[in-house]
Each structure stands twice: as C-alpha cells, then as structure tokens.
Design a binder for this molecule. Sequence first.
Ligand SMILES: [Zn+2]
Length: 116
Amino acid sequence: MKARRRTGPTNVVKAIVHDRDGGACVRCGTQNHLTIHHRVNRGMGGAREEWINQAHNLLLVCTVCNGWFEDNPRESYQAGWKVRRPQLPSKVPVRYADGREYQLTPDGVRAKAVTR
Ligand SMILES: [Zn+2]
C-alpha cells in the first residue's frame, strides 16, 4: 500500500460548505452530527483531481444521511447527493432539504438550478 497522505478538504473549504448549506444537513435538515460528504468519491486515484475537495463536490450532511447515501445509491444519484464519474459535480444539481434543486460552484455559491 502506498503511504496515505491527508487528502481531505482544507478547513477553509469546510467552512465555506458549512455556510453555504446553512449549517444543516442537505438531505434531512438536522443540525446535529454533521460531517462533510464527497459527492464523487475519493479513492481509486480520484483524490488527485483538484475538484474532489472543492465546494461543489462537498455537501454538509449528518452522519445518518451519510450512511443512507451508501445504502441507497440509486436515490442518491437521482438527487445529486452522489455523482457518478465521468459526470462532474458542477454539472449535476443537488436536491436540498427544502425540496428544491441547486447548482453548486467550486467557489461555494449555491444557485437555484434551471428546471430540467
Ligand atoms: Zn441528514
């Protein structure tokens, strides 16, 4: 095994994501037990892609929903909580707890998605 480097987002990016998502889980809206979720998974060499740890690939979620995404991949991909390569996280809108879909940008902006 290769030596593991720290490959997570910086504290600055985490703070941006926390603010963008209003300090609440994007799926259920809770403010408890929050963590940062990667829409496109790291791993399989993916951590070298610069956008992996940028805001549009990250969501503020609770630990319950974070596990739910892994157990319910089909719904998670549909809602944009997970994104499947080679799709890019900037291209796939995300459903938030208010039931609307938003487009995310690398610099931490959340804009209402154009209706598909
Ligand atoms: Zn949640």
